[in-house]
Write a protein of this length. Structure first.
Lengths: 328, 571
């Protein structure tokens, strides 16, 4: 359906997006994950037609969109701070896209009612936008984007301004609606929890490139690169030096892993703890202990973070079984 | 003196101090604070106002057919020219507001300042500038000699152009600010939902801009409606708005009853406009605060052409008249005495030198440069008087009691009265006494006082009472409190208010024209007299005098800009 080919875009003279290519298939929810300022929103703006790539193509169903202005693309976009029209009531906000398509009044009425129902806002038609809470406003924004049955739905950090419990509720709602409507969607966020919860596929944007494109569980199991691991908060990334074919020396000791590098090479390793199949063990001086949900988050020497079932005391030296993976 | 006695006398001083401070906070002392400003306004504003109102109660004025016709025609013309001026101002102002709010380009901030300069210049300077450029003796008519002699239509267009020159900055500020404050995602949302550019403007931008547009329309209309100097100096006697007609009926063809009637009509309209404006502007302020600047460099060819053309147009429109004034004041552009036709031209300092010469049969009984000294003297008196009256009023209004809240609109009322009306009131109330030159700075003070109070009041209100209390508990006497707490915080605001009063006095034209004596001219009056007389030398001297005033005003504007407190607002 949607296809991006080799998009390039710079911001204030510096390259922002260097070579972006990906596709979104029918009914698929793709999550674009990256640090703030990495150009995620710019990609959405280019897909919408609000900004233009310096080179590259955006195609939908095989047709290049370069000559199509934003109002004829038939896409939907949900902003972080909603972008609701303050001078229109809820009904007219949701009806706006239908009116632009010159839909008959009867159809507008039934469609808006349907949308209000879908986002659980029945009876709010005549309310002013400013009377709503943040979560309600985001529901209206979602209903507004959905009302005219767009060919593609885009979310630009839609939950960024909401508090935690509201975030989870709305995230579930969005996921439900996307499954029900089968509209392909691109969901932009910097929050890895959101990404894992909603995505069929995650694209990791780093340094102007998509450095990883895979299903959430696959990425979790094997982040492959240090940047992905750091961005998604998977395990600990540590520096090491290959000393022989399958031995790597680090500040936590020597591990038996074969990363396919020649001796003397500087490499990065991913260390996770608390799993069953251990590939090594390390001695760790405990510097801080935090309670987190059903386990303890233990901070050790050098900033190493592991999760444990039982809390050690600060200053203890503990032995931890760890898994070690090579990173690119 | 033994230690016991020292102790006792200290206690004595403390008790006096306590007594003094309670006295200062009693209602009786507040009355004392108000005494001077209220007395001043009562004698010099409300008494003349009642004089004017009494005259209008004379129904024979209304019964006179000719009076009614004059009233009708001047009212009609005032509305006609104000409407046309407002429309023209918006034709230039709206694209300019878009230019400044949506685009970044080189020289943007300089251009913005340039468009704001005319608004702060005295009317006589603006009128003289336009004369120097496109008047019948202007540079433009010399470079491109007109084949036709200037018609009334030409002068009317000149007036309209000067009004646009004056007021475009209001549209740029009010509408431009609202545009740049507008969340750009609303526009994006509408476009993605299927709205083309036309519908984005019709459905989203214009409805959201409505309060700002209305506020700007009202303000521009109000300034055009009350315009006096520009119309009198550029239009001559061809055009009479209400203001000009008041002036004519007060001095030239005396009919004081009619003048009073006209000024009451004028006052009524200004009050209606200001009430409407106050209501609308309160809606503008409640709009959302800016999140980020949406201004960006132009991208498409269309945008580049728009930015380039408009920036060029604006810079020439606002720069040329201001630049041509000093140039014209140093350029000889007239036929030699006795020789018709052949125009001599070249560089000259004659017009400035002539200002120092008291010619027999000249317009004044004194060398024209005396006008500069008079103006400066009046300005200094105005500054001192308006600060002396404004300071107590502002400090009381900074923390008003309920009664004092009702006083506020009365203090501000002189703003609604036109300068010409103030002059008329003085003529009616003080008649012969006006021979004293002291009435001119009093009139200037009346006009400057509301500005002075509005400048001092927020600064005074911003000083927390706790600071003064802390200083007092640390041993500062009331005077020391004022000296060490209030004054340092207020010095900027005071200087700013003083400069404002100074500028108002320097440029004041309407009231001065009505009450000044021929032997005490001010700079604006001198310019007006030079302009109303024939001859290249008189015209040149008007240019020279206006250049002097422009330089003085520019210095004052610079000082005000430097002193402007952050967040102290506009207009």
């Amino acid at each position: 359906m949607l296809e991006l080919r080799n998009l390039v875009k710079s911001y204030e003279g510096k390259p922002l997006l260097r070579d972006i290519s990906f596709t979104v298939a029918e009914g698929e929810t793709v999550c674009l994950l990256g640090a703030s300022g990495s150009g995620k929103s710019t990609i959405l703006k280019m897909i919408s037609g609000l900004e233009f790539p310096e080179s590259g193509h955006i195609l939908f169903n095989g047709i290049d969109l370069a000559q199509t202005p934003p109002h004829l693309r038939d896409f939907g976009l949900v902003f972080q701070d909603y972008g609701l029209f303050p001078h229109l009531d809820i009904f007219n906000n949701i009806a706006y896209g239908l009116k632009m398509r010159n839909a008959p009044v009867a159809k507008i009425n039934s469609r808006v009612a349907e949308m209000m129902d879908l986002v659980n806002l029945k009876g709010f038609e005549k309310r002013k936008v400013t009377d709503l809470s943040g979560g309600e406003q985001q529901r209206v924004a979602l209903a507004r984007a959905l009302a005219s049955q767009p060919r593609l739905l885009m979310f630009d950090e839609p939950l960024g301004a909401l508090d935690r419990s509201l975030k989870e509720d709305l995230l579930n709602e969005i996921r439900g609606i996307l499954h029900k409507t089968k509209i392909p969607a691109i969901y932009v966020t910097h929050d890895q929890e959101e990404a894992f919860a909603i995505a069929d596929r995650i694209l990791v944007l780093h340094d102007g490139l998509i450095i990883r494109n895979a299903a959430p569980d696959e990425i979790w199991k094997n982040p492959r690169s240090a940047a992905v691991a750091r961005l998604l908060g998977i395990g600990n990334v540590i520096e090491g030096e290959v000393i022989s074919v399958n031995k790597v020396k680090t500040e936590y000791g020597i591990f038996n892993v074969d990363c396919g590098h020649n001796p003397g090479a500087k490499i990065q390793l991913l260390i996770t703890a608390g799993k069953e199949k251990a590939e090594g063990e390390i001695q760790l001086t405990v510097e801080d202990v935090l309670f987190k949900q059903d386990q303890f988050l233990v901070k050790g020497r050098g900033g190493l973070i592991i999760h444990l079932k039982d809390a050690p005391r600060v200053g203890d030296v503990i032995t931890v079984q760890v898994q070690v993976k090579c990173l690119e | 003196m033994d230690s016991k006695n020292i102790h006792a006398s200290k206690n004595g001083i403390t008790s006096i101090r306590v007594y003094l401070s309670t006295f200062l906070h009693s209602s009786r002392s507040r009355l004392l604070i108000w005494l001077a400003p209220i007395l001043f306004l009562a004698i010099f504003f409300f008494y003349p106002l009642t004089k004017i109102l009494t005259l209008t109660l004379d129904f024979s004025t209304l019964a006179n057919r000719e009076n009614l016709l004059i009233t009708y025609h001047s009212l009609l013309f005032t509305f006609y020219q104000a409407t046309l001026s407002t429309i023209l101002t918006f034709i230039l102002g709206i694209p300019s507001a878009i230019l400044f709010s949506k685009f970044e380009f080189r020289g943007k901030s300089l251009l913005r300042v340039l468009t704001a300069v005319p608004f702060m210049l005295p009317t006589v300077v603006v009128a003289a500038s336009f004369n120097s450029l496109i008047g019948s003796r202007g540079l433009f008519s010399f470079l491109f000699p007109l084949s036709f002699s200037p018609s009334p239509t030409f002068y009317f267009l000149l007036i309209l152009t000067a009004h646009v020159f004056y007021n475009t900055t209001i549209v740029i500020r009010i509408v431009g600010n609202a545009l740049s404050r507008m969340d750009s995602r609303l526009e994006d949302s509408a476009r993605i939902l299927g709205a083309d550019t036309f519908r984005v403007w019709r459905d989203i931008i214009l409805p959201l801009l409505r309060p700002s547009l209305l506020a700007a329309v009202l303000l521009v209309f109000m300034f055009d409606f009350t315009s006096f100097g520009v119309i009198l100096l550029l239009g001559g006697s061809n055009f009479s708005t209400l203001e000009v007609e008041i002036y004519i009926r007060a001095l030239k063809l005396p009919n004081l009853n009619l003048a009073a009637l006209l000024s009451v009509i004028q006052l009524a309209f200004t009050l209606i406009f200001s009430v409407l404006y106050t209501r609308i502007i309160s809606q503008v302020n409640t709009q959302t605060a800016p999140r980020f600047s949406a201004a960006r460099p132009p991208k498409t060819l269309k945008e580049k052409i728009f930015v380039f053309t408009l920036a060029l147009l604006l810079s020439s429109f606002f720069f040329l008249p201001l630049a041509s004034l000093p140039i014209r004041s140093l350029t000889r552009l007239e036929a030699d005495r006795g020789q018709r036709g052949e125009i001599q031209y070249g560089f000259t300092t004659d017009y400035y030198e002539e200002l120092f010469i008291n010619r027999r049969g000249s317009l004044f009984y004194v060398p024209p440069v005396q006008a500069v000294l008079n103006s400066l003297g009046y300005a200094v008196v105005t500054v001192l008087l308006s600060l002396a009256l404004g300071y107590p009023a502002a400090s009381a209004l900074a923390k008003p009691t309920r009664l004092e809240r009702y006083l506020d609109p009365f203090i501000m009322l002189p703003l609604g009265a036109s300068a010409v009306m103030l002059g008329l009131g003085f003529i009616l109330s003080f008649g012969r006494a006006l021979a004293s030159p002291f009435f001119v700075p009093i009139a200037h003070t009346l006009i400057a006082l509301p500005f002075v109070i509005r400048t001092l009041q927020p600064a005074l209100a911003s000083i927390p009472e706790k600071l003064r209390q802390a200083a007092a508990t640390l041993g500062a006497s009331p005077f020391r409190v004022w000296q060490t707490v209030d004054f340092p915080i207020l010095s900027r605001a005071t200087l700013s208010a003083a400069t404002f009063a100074f500028t108002v006095s320097l440029g004041e034209f309407g009231a001065t024209l009505l009450i000044t004596r021929p032997e005490y001219p001010t700079i604006p009056i001198a310019i007006q007299r030079f302009l109303s007389q024939p001859g290249g030398l008189n015209f040149g001297q008007a240019m020279a005098m206006a250049t002097v005033l422009m330089v003085l005003a520019a210095l004052a504007i610079l000082a005000i800009e430097k002193l402007r407190l952050p967040n102290s607002g506009e207009f």
